[in-house]
Design a protein around this ligand. Sequence first.
Ligand code: 0A1
Ligand code: ZN
Length: 861
Amino acid sequence: MVISVKDSTPQPTRLADYQPYPFRIEKTDLTFRLDPKATRVLSRIRFHPNPARPGRHDLRMDGERLRLIAARIDGAPVTARPDETGLTIPADALPDGAFDFEAEVEIDPSANTALEGLYMSGGMYCTQCEAEGFRRITFYPDRPDVMAPFHVRIESDMPVLLSNGNPVAQGEGWAEWDDPWPKPSYLFALVAGDLVAVRDSFTTRSGRKVDLAIWVRAGDEDRCAYAMDSLKRAMKWDEDVYGREYDLDVFNIVAVDDFNMGAMENKGLNIFNSKLVLASPETATDADFERIESVIAHEYFHNWTGNRITCRDWFQLCLKEGLTVFRDQEFTKDMRSAPVKRIEDVLMLRARQFREDMGPLAHPVRPESYIEINNFYTATVYEKGAELIGMLKLLVGDEGYRRALDLYFERHDGQAATIEDWLKVFEDATGRDLAQFKRWYTDAGTPRLKVEEDWQPGDQGGTYTLTFTQHTPPTPGQDEKPPRVIPIAVGLLNPNGDEILPTTVLEMTEERQSFSFPGLATRPVPSILRGFSAPVVLERESSFDERTFLLAHDTDPFNRWEAGRSLARDVLLSMIRDDAAPSEPHAQALARLVTDDTLDPAFRALCLRLPSEDDLAQALADAGTTPEPERIHTVREGLATYLARQLQKDLVRIYEEMETPPPYSPDAASAGRRALRLAALGYLNRIDHGARAASLFASADNMTESAAALACLIDGGRGAREIAAFYERWKDNRLVIDKWFALQVAHAQPDMAAQVAARLAEHPDFEWKNPNRFRALMGALAANHAGFHHISGAAYRFYADWLIRLDPVNPQTTARMSAAFETWTRYDAERRAMIRAELGRIRQTPDLSRDTFEMVSRILA
Ligand code: 0A1
Ligand code: ZN
C-alpha cells in the first residue's frame, strides 16, 4: 500500500538534525505575471556548492501547491517531477560548480484562503512568507539560513506594484525592485493593488534620506498619521539607543485586511494587519494607539534584529523575536511611562505565557522539535524570550549589554545565527560564563521561588537574611529541571518607609541560597523581585500589614503595584474558597492609593484593575483547588460592587476630575487620565444603574470612551439601543465592527455568552474567513471565562464547531485559537470530559490540518 504524506501522521522536525543546505545562492531573480487565478512565477536562482557540505548532493527545493510548467538547469530543460512537498534534481543532473536553476510555476492566489504565500485580500495581491509561505510561491530552499539578494519584476495592471528593497525601474504594467541585502525567503514580499500612499521622509544620522510610505485603500489615508509618526520615532530611537541606521532608500508599509498575525517585517516592505496601522480618535482606542506604536516599532526594529541578522533555523526564532520584543518594550518605556509599561508587560506575560508554561503546551524558549513551526509563534518564544534579554541585561549591566550588542551586530551582520552565537557574544564582550544562563533557553517551565526570612538582632546592628529556594515543576518531555541563574532585584525599607537598601541584584545560582544584610538598626521590610527581575512565581507568605505597607511606601513602582495586586488576589481567593467577606482594610488601602494625586493616573488605573477570572482560576488550580468558573465570576463581581460602594465618593471625584478636554489626543498622559476615569466608571456602573455609561456613550467623541461605555452598558444587562446605534454608525468600518462583535460576546452574562456568540455568528457581517472578524467573535468568547466554561458545555461545542469549520480554510488561525482549551486540566471532571470530547472530535476530523492536529494532540497529551 502506498501511504501518501498527507494521510500519515505528521513527522516532527528536530533541532538535533540540523544540517547546512548543500548550496549557497548568489542571486535570486523573480518575475511575477500576476493573475488572480493563474499567476505565473518565473525564477532564476544562481546556486553554488556550499563548502560547509562537501561532496555531491541532490538539489532539493521546497514547493507546495505549485504547478510546474518548466524547469531548466543552465538553460537546458530538465524533467523534474515535484512531489507533495517539493522538487528534487538528482546530483548527477547537476553541473560541477555553480549553475542556474530556472523554473516557471503557476499558482492560484484567489484560492489561497490560508493567507500563506501569495493571496488576495480585498482585491489586492499580497504575500505572507514567514515561516514557510515562500514554498507556495515557487520552488526554493525555503529555510532561513539560505540568504540571497533578490531582484523582482512584477507584471500586472494594478496601479501600485511593490516588493523588497529599492525601486529600480517601472513602466506601464510593470515594476522592478532590487534588494541588495541578502535575505532568506521568509522576508520576501510583494504587493500589487489599487492603493494610495501617505508619504513622509526620514533622514538618517549619516544623512541618507529615506522615503517613507504607508499604503492603504483610498479613504483610509486620514487614519495613518499615528503610524507614520511612530515609524519616525522608532527610526530615530534605534539610532540613538542601538546605533542602528536604516539601510535602503525607501521604507514601505502596507495595510491589509486579511492577515493571520499582527504584522510582518519583510525587508523594506512591512505588511501590516490594518488594525495595527489605521487609527483615528473616533475609531481607535488608546490601547489601539499604544499597540500601533509598539508594533510599528517592532517590525522596524526587525530590520536589524531579524533581517540583517536572521535565524539559522526556526528553532532559533527567539533570537529575533525575543530580542525584538525586548527592544519594542524599551522603546515604549521611553515614549510613555516605564513603570506602567512594565506592569502591562508583566500582566500580559502572566496571563499568556505563565498560562502556557503551566499547561500541556509548555515548551522551551528555544524548542527542540516541532511539527508545524507556525505553532511556535508563542508567548513563550516572544514574551518569555524578551524576559531573557532583560535578565541578561540585568546580569551584565547596561554597559556590558551595549558592548555585547555592538559585538553582535559587528560579528553576525549578514548571517543566520543561533542562540549559541548570541550567548557567545555576551561571554566575549563581558567575560561572563553563561553556561547556566542557557538553561533559560533550553528548559521549559516557570520556576517557583520560595522565600524565607531570618532576623538576628546584634550589638553591631542586626542581620537580616533572605533564603531562596527555586524549583521548576516538570513540563512535557522535561522532568528534571536543574537550578537556573535567577537575578533577584531586592530593596529594603525600614519601618518608617525609608529605603535603607536601594535596588540590588542578587544572583541566585543554587537550588537554595541565602543572602545576608548585616548592620541594620531594625528589622527591615523587604521588597523582592523589583521590576519583576525574573519570570518566576514568587512564593512568599507575607502579612496583610506588610503588603499594605509596601503598597504605601515601596519606591519600586512595580512592587508597589504588585503589593496591591496580591492583596486583591488574596481577598478574592479567600472569598471564593472560604466564603470570606470583602476586606475593609483592603478597600481603604486601595482608596488611599487611587486618590494619591502625586501618582500617575495610568498607574492608579492599573491598581484599580482586579485580577481576571482566568488569573483567579489559575491561582486556585495552583493552590490545589478546582476552580468553579461561575463562583469566581460571582465573587469577583461581588468584590467589585463592594469596592464601588466603599470608594464611591473618591471614584465619583476621579470620574469628574479625570475628564480630558477635547480635542482627543492619544498621548500617554491623556490616555492615562482616560484609563483612570474609565476604571472608575467600571466600578460606578455597578451602582448607578448605567447612568454615567449611557451619558458617556451619548457624548463621547472618541472610541476609547464609546467602547468602554458600551462595555459597561452590556455588563449591566443594558445597551440594546446603544448596540444598535453603534452598528448603524460604524457598519462600513470593518475594524470598528470587529469591536462591535467582540464587546457583545466578551461582556455577555456567563449563561448567555454562547447564545450571544451563536446569534452573532449568524449576522451577515460575520465574515468568518477574515481572521480579525473570526478572532473578534471567537476570541471574545474564549476570553469570557465564565461564559466559555459554562457548565452547559454550549460554548465548548460552539467553539469546536467553528474550529472544525475554519480549519480547511485557515489552518494557522484555527491552530492558534485551539489554545483556548489549553487550561482544560484545571477544571472539574465534568468540564474536563466535555473539553476532551470536543478536542477528540476536532482531532478526528477528516483531513485535519497538520497545524491543528499538532496543537490538539499536544493539548490532549
Ligand atoms: N515575524 C512577525 C510575526 C509573524 C509571524 C508569522 C507569521 O505568519 C506565520 C506572520 C507574522 C513579527 O514578529 O512581527
Ligand atoms: Zn517579531
